[in-house]
Design a protein around this ligand. Structure first.
Ligand code: ADP
Ligand code: MG
Length: 287
């Protein structure tokens, strides 16, 4: 399910003293099955952009096509679009409200008209996808779960609608490092196992470098970089100037290069940096 965005701008509170240009001329094509990281400092327009992907915000300037359907067109059926493009908001656990986990996860598909008899399968499948054992949890109240579990139940509620595109707005915000690592690993598995398009919004380079195969960088409502992480991270100065920086392991590579060592400019993981440094010391011994 491709998403094509052409010259999209968005202004909040237009023609008032509070006018904000949140998006400024964004063009972007997202192909089926990609794993995209959208990154940018606070206020750069990330949330505004992703809310255009399922028509939560209707485009007023520029174009958004989802699977060829024009979201500015008043006759476009947004229900169908939302069925295919699932959006997980920031702090989605704040939107849990049912008495049981089952009812919460079943809420979306039920609204879509999925028959009662199929709901159980949908709920169990979605919970398993986020790494929760369905049997132990469906009858519990979402409010007695841990923060990380609540977050995953909320994500399961979107997955239960079987979207083809999953958009998550800062899904790791507020989780402890362990919860964050688990969730990122699960999203990676979800993507490779299902062929689903995953779009992950974050302001953490460390998070995104590990999972996304394409990075889109926003600053001040503009798209300032778009490419594979390895290519984007070579623009270390620009990324630092807009207040993002590069992953610590890439910083390490850059520091080694400054001292005259012949290493790649970018490392995406600690494992990769380790291998480079071991190789370096091995070469040193050979000398
Ligand atoms: P991000 O998700 O990158 O932090 P947002 O898309 O939330 O960025 O915000 C982009 C800009 O639009 C910011 O200046 C923000 O203050 C402004 N903004 C966001 N939502 C609204 C809104 N509902 N009304 C007015 N201004 C908004
Ligand atoms: Mg945001």
């Amino acid at each position: 399910m491709p998403i094509n965005i052409k010259n999209l701008s968005c202004i909040y509170s237009a023609d008032t003293p509070f006018e904000v240009r949140a998006l400024d001329g964004i063009s972007l094509d997202i192909g089926a099955g990609e794993f995209i990281g959208i990154i940018g400092p606070t206020g750069s327009g990330k949330s505004t952009l992703v809310q255009h992907f399922n028509g939560l915000i209707r485009p007023t300037q520029g174009q958004v096509l989802v699977d060829g359907r024009d979201l500015a067109d008043k006759t476009t059926d947004l229900r169908a679009v939302r069925q295919n493009v699932g959006l997980v908001f920031q702090y989605p656990e704040h939107q849990l409200f049912e008495e049981t986990v089952f009812a919460d996860v079943a809420f979306g598909p039920k609204n879509q008209g999925v028959p009662e008899a199929e709901l159980r399968e949908r709920v169990h499948e979605a919970l398993a996808l986020v790494g929760l054992e369905p049997e132990g949890i469906v009858d519990r109240s979402p409010f007695e779960l841990s923060g990380g579990q609540m977050r995953r139940v909320a994500i399961a509620g979107v997955l239960a609608m079987r979207p083809q595109v999953l958009v998550l707005d800062e899904p790791t915000a507020g989780l402890d490092p362990e919860g964050r690592d688990e969730l990122l690993a699960q999203l990676g598995q979800l993507h490779s196992g299902s062929g689903m398009t995953v779009i992950l919004v974050s302001h953490s380079m460390e998070d995104i470098a590990r999972v996304a195969t394409r990075l889109i960088v926003l600053a001040g409502g503009k798209l300032v970089a778009d490419g594979p992480p390895r290519t984007v991270f070579t623009q270390a100065k620009m990324l630092t100037d807009i207040g993002l920086g590069v992953p610590q392991v890439t910083e390490l590579m850059l520091a080694l290069r400054e001292r005259g060592y012949d290493v790649p400019a970018v490392a995406l993981s600690v494992e990769e940096a380790c291998a480079t440094i071991l190789e370096l010391s091995y070469r040193g011994e050979q000398r």
